[in-house]
Design a protein. Structure first.
Length: 504
């Protein structure tokens, strides 16, 4: 079964848990060893030699050289069908020595039986205390939605083509498509609500629907730009990289530009004429609006928008550069933390670049078409309330500069002390709807002593109506893929969907 699953494209490993590992036991009778004058090392060496591969150098056939190899194989009878692999005759017939010209074989001094290695772990599910569970490990460079269907197809073939003994069946209890679906829904939820949140905040500040639309358009533009770069570079987006993007930072530059356009549009006619004269005098650099070779003249409205952009271009550029610089530590991370946070830093950088491009291309065009000829900026109720709180504090701070510097220094020192205990949560809330429970027992407990406790925990969890199934893993697998001890038990508990559409 493992070989069949490993043959599926994208599968790199199959870790089994539970069941027994078959071995052939040779129980030597010491009295018979004495009778035949055979030592125990002779028995061990003879069985090992009977199952050894030997190289025979090469044989030349004309101009061709062929390697010779002798393959030692003790036939258990399970080459075609593993369930028939209980033959012990080959081991019994291994020759140890000779006595008076008669060969002494293993069966003359020992009894050969089929047994199993001492168990290091045990798996159970629901009311079954002893099952065989397997975890199929996917190549990390591939995609779940591509590999899982191939695994399911192969499992269906294994269950129906006679590979397994009668009564034995592979029953999947979890696959990652559930996690992928939940992650996708979470990302879309965050994106939609993030866009709406920024939109309504812009409405609260500008109190102008058209301005809010202009600002909000930068979000999908920046995200699409980021996704395009990810696709072109062959990089993946995930919950952390897309779901953790702060839309407030994304639209920051667009808000600055729209605010400046508002300020210039509502300026007196004399101030607007002065701005256009400064543009013509190339105070902001070469004037691209100057008529050359019969080109269409720019209107004063278009020139005012251009001046507004030129006034804030350096400030917006440097503020974006400072934001990107804050992610430099994430780019330098290595190992597991680098694999987790590097995609977020790259995606954030791409999104900021897209937002910067949109600010000086899409935003001015939308401002030209959507903003009215005459605008009047008035403080909203929220802005007036904030100003009423902020203005007295600002005046007091300017009048008591030394006190404010002392307060700032004290806060800085306090934060420095708390820095070693600083923690942050980057991941958006992801509720897959499954529980992973770990039970830790006394360190010196044996596997057999811990099994009643594990079985009892499964029974208790199954009493809850929300629980679909309970799969337990006690100890560790025999193949050494896990280093847990007998005192460790882990439970996978998937839950039923709640009636509200979210998991319990």
């Amino acid at each position: 079964m493992q070989r069949r699953l490993l043959s599926v494209e994208g599968v790199v490993q199959v870790n089994t848990w539970g069941g027994t590992t078959k071995e052939f036991d040779v129980n030597v009778d010491l009295n018979k060893l004495d009778a035949y004058n055979v030592t125990l090392p002779q028995v061990i060496g003879a069985i090992g030699d009977a199952n050894i591969n030997v190289g025979g150098r090469t044989v030349s056939f004309g101009q061709q050289s062929v390697n010779i190899r002798g393959i030692g194989l003790l036939n258990s009878g399970g080459a075609e069908d593993l369930t028939q692999g209980y033959r012990v005759q080959d081991i019994e017939n291994v020759v140890l020595a000779q006595s008076d010209g008669v060969p002494v074989q293993v069966k003359d001094v020992a009894k050969v039986t089929v047994g199993y290695l001492p168990r290091l772990g045990k798996a159970g599910r629901d009311h079954e205390d002893d099952i065989v569970a397997a975890i199929v490990v996917m190549n990390r460079t591939l995609h779940t939605n591509d590999v899982v269907p191939r695994i399911k197809s192969e499992i269906d073939k294994i269950n129906n083509d006679g590979t397994l003994p009668p009564g034995v069946k592979l029953v999947p209890f979890y696959d990652r498509t559930t996690l992928v679906s939940t992650t996708t829904s979470t990302v879309l939820h965050n994106l939609v609500f993030g866009c709406l949140f920024v939109f309504y905040n812009s409405m609260a500040v500008f109190w102008n629907l058209r301005s809010a639309i202009i600002v909000a358009v930068n979000i999908p533009f920046a995200l699409f730009f980021s996704i395009i770069i990810l696709v072109l570079r062959g990089e993946d987006a995930n919950l952390l990289s897309i779901g953790a993007v702060d839309f407030g930072i994304i639209v920051d530059s667009a808000v600055i530009l729209v605010e400046n356009i508002f300020r210039n549009f509502q300026a007196p006619a004399a101030a607007q004429s002065l701005l256009l004269q400064q543009l013509g005098d190339e105070r902001y650099g070469p004037d691209p609006t100057r008529v050359r070779d019969g080109a269409a003249a720019w209107t004063d409205r278009m020139r005012t928008i251009l001046v507004s952009a030129l006034q804030v271009d350096k400030a917006v550029l440097f503020s974006t550069a400072i934001t990107v610089a804050a992610f430099v530590p994430l780019f330098t991370m290595q190992g597991v933390e680098g694999q987790i946070f590097n995609p977020m830093a790259r995606t954030y950088g791409y999104a900021l670049l897209g937002a910067l491009i949109a600010t000086f291309t899409v935003t001015p065009v939308l401002a030209f078409y959507l903003l009215p000829e005459h605008v009047e900026e008035a403080d909203t109720v929220i802005v007036r309330a904030l100003r009423a709180i902020y203005t007295p504090i600002l005046r007091w701070s300017l009048a008591n500069r030394n006190v404010m510097v002392a307060i700032a220094a004290g806060c800085l020192g306090l934060f420095a002390l708390l820095l070693v205990r600083l923690g942050a949560e980057f991941l958006p809330a992801l509720e897959e709807g499954n529980l992973g429970i770990r039970a830790t027992m006394p360190p010196t407990i044996t596997l057999e002593a811990g099994m009643p406790i594990v079985n009892k925990i499964r029974e208790i969890l199954l009493r809850r109506p929300e629980v679909v199934t309970v799969v337990s893993q006690h100890g560790r697998p025999d193949n050494g893929s896990d280093a847990a001890g007998f005192n460790n038990a882990e439970f996978f508990v998937p839950l039923k969907p709640s009636t509200s559409g979210r998991r319990s």
